[in-house]
Design a protein around this ligand. Structure first.
Ligand SMILES: Nc1ncnc2c1ncn2[C@@H]1O[C@H](COP(=O)(O)OP(=O)(O)OP(=O)(O)O)[C@@H](O)[C@H]1O
Length: 227
């Protein structure tokens, strides 16, 4: 469902060009779970932003669901992202002024899903992440693990084809992290969307179908030759 070929990314800082990603080749099949490891600063989050169409590479091709992303103008790209991609971040990034239910509902409102259907889907996801009684709470009333479950419900509610998760369990205790990981993996294993999961944990990575490591601007398959 995703094919990236020859993706490069560089940035200029202090008068010098830094080549962060020098040639990323990556294929993700629908329903596949791939873990992405790499040293701090190797460019994992940058790569996620590129694959998530938030940022643009200097060169290379990115096909998602058969569409070439670089060919899309910004409004189309935004719409594409809202429809097809879900993001989960280490720091949750919930909107503090919205309730839990409103946070989860946000992607549906942006897509113009009718209110009755949106309400039903929010109720389903509140239940699915074990927060049925917390819909009216504000995020700051929730524990870190609960906030991350809200973030996951928000990332999945529109049934995206691709979920990009940037260290989603990084700030959680092991038990809560396991619960959050299980939620993400379960959905991919049901064939409902591919998952690319950035992690620093070898144990978390071992749960994926495949493990890739970002090294010197390229992806290397763990325990085998390159992608
Ligand atoms: N546009 C930019 N301008 C300046 N610096 C940038 C830019 N894009 C990326 N960088 C730098 O490139 C490096 C890679 O960042 P990135 O967040 O992608 O790494 P990472 O592998 O996710 O790291 P971590 O594991 O610590 O989260 C960082 O040092 C970051 O500051």
């Amino acid at each position: 469902m995703l094919t990236a070929t020859g993706i490069t990314y560089q940035f200029r800082e202090g008068g010098t060009d830094h080549k962060l990603l020098t040639g990323i080749d990556l294929s993700l099949a629908a329903g596949e779970c791939v873990a992405l490891l790499g040293a701090s600063g190797s460019g994992k989050s940058t790569l996620l932003n590129l694959l998530g169409t938030i940022d643009s590479p200097q060169s290379g091709s990115l096909l998602i669901g058969g569409r070439e992303i670089s060919a899309l103008a910004e409004p189309e790209r935004t719409l594409f992202r809202r429809r097809h991609i879900g993001f989960v971040y280490q720091r949750f990034l919930l909107v503090p002024t919205l309730t839990v239910a409103e946070n989860i509902r946000l992607p549906l409102d942006l897509l113009g899903v009718p209110p009755t259907e949106a309400g039903e889907r929010v109720a389903h996801w509140l239940e699915a992440v074990g927060l049925a009684r917390r819909g009216d709470s504000f995020p700051d009333r929730l524990s870190g693990g609960e906030q991350q479950r809200v973030a996951i419900a928000r990332a999945l509610i529109h049934e995206p084809d691709l979920v990009l998760a940037d260290e989603p369990t990084g700030s959680l205790d092991p038990e809560t992290g396991e619960r959050v990981l299980a939620l993400l993996l379960e959905r991919a294993r049901q064939g409902r969307g591919a998952l690319l999961l950035v992690t620093h944990s070898e144990a978390v990575a071992a749960r994926a179908d495949r493990v890739l490591r970002l090294e010197h601007g390229r992806l290397v398959a763990e325990g085998g030759p390159g992608e």
